[in-house]
Design a protein around this ligand. Structure first.
Ligand code: HAM
Length: 420
């Protein structure tokens, strides 16, 4: 126990962490290019936020939340997602009073007590964006295109974008009635969970992962069949804007997202190659969320991308991802006096932005050279008694194996000349 991480979590060790930094840096650059600014919200929130925001009949809230009482008797939950917290922050800080739209992004851990399997973790990481204050279908297209652009920048291939419209409070009740009718006739064939949900939230039944429920609900009426004229127009315009910028999609009337706040556009990006947990990102519009949390009627839309799954997909496709950055200079020393000089030199190099290191294990010169090799040092600066006396350093280029003398005071320019 003491030496194991909790189930569904993992460490990211040096060597692996560079890949994560690459995913994160690519996300940050993308957000800069699209005009999104970072929002950091707490890892935990009042449970009520998710009950109201995400919906208390969703699996995420009903079954998967890490909820506990704090010492003050408040019900607190680790955030299972980032949209409700972003909407809370938007309201709490009165961002709706400023210029709209407000465009934010976040990168960070989310927590869901889910059945652990390949691609499904209990602590996982999302890169997400949210736009508040615009109901324009152009924004829908921009948000979808931005998700696709992220994958493109990472050089992922073969993603499938599925898109749907789940309607609005005007047209949804009509669909709900039709769906209820359909489900009532098949009630006995549904799983216990679905039976209990039919009346509370029939749309959730279409999202059930049980094989039998999926089969039974094949041919169920979809939201697309019952869109009101405004929602239909919004959907058509969204698709036509996507056509405009060459984003390919599959219209999928069965696409139901796992969270309840969605209105109109809902989308998911799949990568069947990575197995059963093939959704590498998803999102949609949530025009009722801010009002649901007690604020004004402000439209919103966003997406979140699961970084573990993106990384798995990249690795599956054989992408070459960044590894450890090599060291520029390793200073090898012989004797205490040289060690002191070596310490001063590495400090000086580092202060000039050159990555440098030296031995702290009292290794022999030979062992220090071997270690420098393991660090993939570009150069080794060797200082022994003889060098100290003459005020010089032996500088070895590890790639070519060539070695020459440089004066201590000229070391920096010699290193700078070699570059990285
Ligand atoms: P979501 O579909 O629940 O949406 O999650 C988005 C992505 O997070 C998924 O497509 C998947 O890649 C990843 N993910 C979800 N659960 C897990 C898990 N247990 N292990 C590993 N990866 C996981 C949302 O969270 C919404 N907040 C997205 C959104 C933003 N909608 C509007 N704005």
């Amino acid at each position: 126990m003491l030496t194991r991480v909790p189930k569904g979590t993992f460490d990211v060790l040096p060597g692996e962490v560079e890949k994560w930094q690459f995913l994160e840096e690519t996300a940050r650059r993308l957000c800069r290019d699209y005009g999104y600014r970072e929002l950091r919200t707490p890892i935990f929130e009042h449970t009520e936020l998710f009950l109201r925001g995400v919906g208390d009949t969703t699996d995420v809230v009903e079954k998967e939340m890490y909820t506990f009482q704090d010492k003050g008797g408040r019900s607190i939950s680790l955030r299972p997602e980032g949209t409700a917290p972003a909407a809370r922050a938007y309201l709490e800080h009165g961002l709706h009073a400023g210029p709209q739209p407000v465009k934010v992004f976040y990168i960070g851990p989310m927590f869901r007590y889910a059945n652990v399997q390949a691609g499904r973790y209990r602590q996982f990481h999302q890169f997400g964006i949210e736009v508040f204050g615009s109901g324009d279908p152009l924004v829908d297209a921009e948000v979808v295109a931005m998700a696709m652009e992220y994958y493109r920048r990472l050089r992922l291939r073969d993603m499938e974008l599925h898109i749907n419209s789940v309607g609005c409070p005007h047209c949804r009740p009509v669909h709900r009635e039709k769906l209820l009718e359909f489900l009532r006739e098949r009630l006995e064939q549904l799983c216990a969970d679905c039976r209990s949900r039919v009346h509370r939230n029939p749309l959730r039944v279409l999202d059930c992962k049980e094989e039998e429920c999926r089969r039974v609900t094949e041919g169920a009426p979809t939201t697309l069949d019952y869109l009101c004229s405004e929602c239909r127009l919004h959907f058509e315009q969204t698709l036509s804007y996507l056509d405009e910028v060459g984003v390919q999609y599959v219209v999928d009337g069965r696409l139901v997202r796992g969270l309840d706040y969605y209105t109109r556009t809902a989308f998911e990006i799949m990568m069947p190659e990575i197995g059963a947990q093939s959704s590498i990102g998803g999102g949609g519009r949530y025009d009722g969320l801010v009002a649901q949390l007690g604020g004004p009627a402000v439209p919103g839309i966003g997406f979140a991308i699961g970084l573990e799954r993106v990384l798995a997909a990249l690795e599956k496709q054989g992408a070459v991802l960044p590894g450890r950055e090599s060291l520029q200079v390793f200073v090898a020393v012989v004797g205490e006096e040289a060690r002191r000089t070596g310490f001063k030199i590495v400090q000086e190099l580092r202060s000039r932005g050159v990555s440098a290191d030296l031995d702290t294990q009292n290794r022999s010169l030979k062992a220090q050279m071997k270690y420098a090799n393991r660090l993939q040092a570009a150069m080794v600066a060797i200082i022994g008694e003889e060098e100290l006396k003459r005020g010089i350093i032996q500088l070895r280029d590890m790639e070519s194996g060539q070695q020459h003398e440089v004066k201590i005071e000229e070391l920096y320019s010699a290193v700078a000349k070699r570059g990285r």
